[in-house]
Ligand binder design. Structure first.
Ligand code: ZN
Length: 147
């Protein structure tokens, strides 16, 4: 697969408002978007750091994977996953990963936050770091016009 950059780092937080306050007041970053992702049962908040984003994740339900992650982590948040932007598309990157024996969480790309197509690889196959592959469909034709 061809990775262009680290698209974002996902961080699980028990309290989104408190976390946003830290990123804005201490680090001086600006939250440019908050979005609920229904099928992942999370509210996300995004910050840009160069080409990379920070994605804060707060659970909207106790059965969210983020709620379970925080519970396992003694009620604290922490780094949850990292996401790579793939230039040749998520579907192709998944097929290539499967061929190389990587355990997939998502067998097909699905809709993630911030308009991305995403899929997760299982940490068992990725040196213990939950890994997300993503592509921006607005950029998938290869030109920069946003078509
Ligand atoms: Zn993510």
């Amino acid at each position: 697969m061809k990775i262009s950059h680290l698209e974002h780092i996902g961080i699980a937080v028990p309290n989104l408002a408190e976390a946003i306050k830290y990123y804005e007041d201490v680090l001086g970053l600006k939250c440019y978007k908050q979005e609920v992702v229904e099928d992942q049962k999370v509210t996300t908040a995004f910050f840009k750091v160069g080409d990379t984003k920070i994605e804060l994740l707060e659970a909207t339900s106790p059965d969210s994977t983020i709620a379970k992650f925080i519970e396992k982590n003694g009620g604290r948040g922490g780094m949850h996953h990292m996401a790579f932007a793939v230039e040749d598309g998520v579907a192709e990157a998944l097929a290539e990963s499967a061929e190389k024996g990587v355990q997939l969480i998502d067998k097909a790309p699905r809709k993630g936050a911030d308009g991305l197509q995403i899929a997760f690889l299982h940490p068992k196959s990725t040196q213990a770091v939950l890994t997300e592959l993503c592509e921006d469909p607005a950029k998938s034709c290869g030109c920069s016009c946003g078509c």
